[in-house]
Design a protein around this ligand. Sequence first.
Ligand code: KIV
Length: 271
Amino acid sequence: MAKAREPFACLAVYDATMARLMDEAGVHVLLAGDSAAEVVLGLPRTIHMPIDFAMCITAAVRRGASHAHVMADMPFMSYQASPDEAMANAGRFMTEGQADSVKLEADESLAPLIDRMTRAGIPVCAHVGSRPQTAALTSGYTAAGRSEPEAERIVRDARALESAGAVLLLIEAVPSEVTLRVVEATSVPVIGIGAGTGCHGQILVVHDLLGLSTHPPRFALPAAQLAEPIVQAGREWVARVARSELGGKGYTMRPAKSVEAAPEQSRMGNR
Ligand code: KIV
């Protein structure tokens, strides 16, 4: 699609049900994002994402997706502390999580690690521009590449990471001119988030798309407003319980001799 300049759609999702629905909608890439730390676990920042939880949601997204490319987002300190640990963790995302690729936030200093992962057969997406895992240095999430030296550094990072073997780039929260420079300077597909329309693919957090976030980023235009219907459904449940009118169907007892163990049913499939 990138070669044909057909924009492809990506979303950060965190569970099998949402993966199934967005896969059905034709979303091309599903990222099991570290933003789950905030939107699923209610933690303050993405750096608080526990690695085992990241592993579980990657596997869940994989199970929900039939067609989409599944990308695992490597959490803070799962690849920064040592190259050996980074390799082992990336390997777990590919085997336990059954991801198609791993994403890590990187500048050019991580080129040797990306080279090593690539040699081991792990497809890497290098996340450049604004890097939320470094937000402690900037006292919060900020845009990147707004000055000429910063823009040049991002283009340099992107080039170095592609040369090291990155098969995809993701660029976050930069002016659209910087995105265009990165697209011009590299030859792999570039996914953007808050980076203008000049990239090959676009990604958002699914909660922002569905209108579930209380403070969505400025670039995230919701395609639905699901918060209110969800609250409404909750209120309806509270009211039904209060009235003892549950709806649905109950169970009746069978004559003793025909009672057999009920077959296991999956909530995902045959209900
Ligand atoms: O975890 C995340 O949501 C991300 C974004 C860039 C989509 O990494």
